[in-house]
Design a protein around this ligand. Sequence first.
Ligand code: ADP
Ligand code: ADP
Ligand code: ZN
Length: 216
Amino acid sequence: MNLILLGPPGAGKGTQAQLLKDRRGLVQLSTGDMLRAAVASGSELGKTVKSIMASGGLVPDETMINLIADRIAQPDCAKGFILDGFPRTTRQAEALDAMLAAKGLKLDGVIELKVDDAALVERISGRYSCAKCGAGYHDSYKKPKKAGICDSCGAEQFTRREDDKAEVVASRLEAYHRQTAPLLPYYKARGVLRTVDGMAGIDEVQGQIEKVLAGA
Ligand code: ADP
Ligand code: ADP
Ligand code: ZN
């Protein structure tokens, strides 16, 4: 099964992708995580994208398309994948369609997580993650079971994203509305768009996604 999770920054794409991956054994392809790893490693790619990410803008389409093409070509993706953070522009969506067609693959669904801008700002400002394994948390909505200790790996160090600062969040939301929201009609026209109420709690959103997939 090949899925896309589509929604604005902070909508819960990473959270739901992680849950789907655990339940269904799909590979999670998060372009944000891939780019952050490149920045942390100091690679050529990392050097090119660092300032773009810090400003809240989008990395050029060609760079992103090459990154995903290489990743989808790897053998572990054959069992199915969840794209989280890609595509983000019509150009990227068209390139993905061509990539899948060339491999004889198809998209089984595009799940839109619909969340109001005000709620997004609150979600992003409270977001943090485990410094060791990357598990995601929130100050109010997803606290570790034992305060200060990661549920998944037991580590005690956590990090917050530089671009989750209020000044950058406004640019990221603007980029979403201007460049990514046009993908909603794009996928609707292809009959694959399924919209879920992302304002609900994490477990409820998960249940809604399962329902959608059961009918997919
Ligand atoms: P995205 O990948 O779309 O940017 P995340 O999955 O990182 O979003 O979620 C953003 C923040 O909101 C995280 O701190 C996460 O724990 C929290 N979160 C995710 N889904 C929900 C939800 N349904 N209700 C409340 N908080 C949520
Ligand atoms: P969020 O989970 O909050 O939606 P991501 O982690 O997906 O954010 O992305 C972080 C940043 O990485 C984006 O603001 C953008 O600069 C860059 N990025 C990630 N995916 C893409 C993409 N498909 N196209 C262009 N830029 C991207
Ligand atoms: Zn951890």
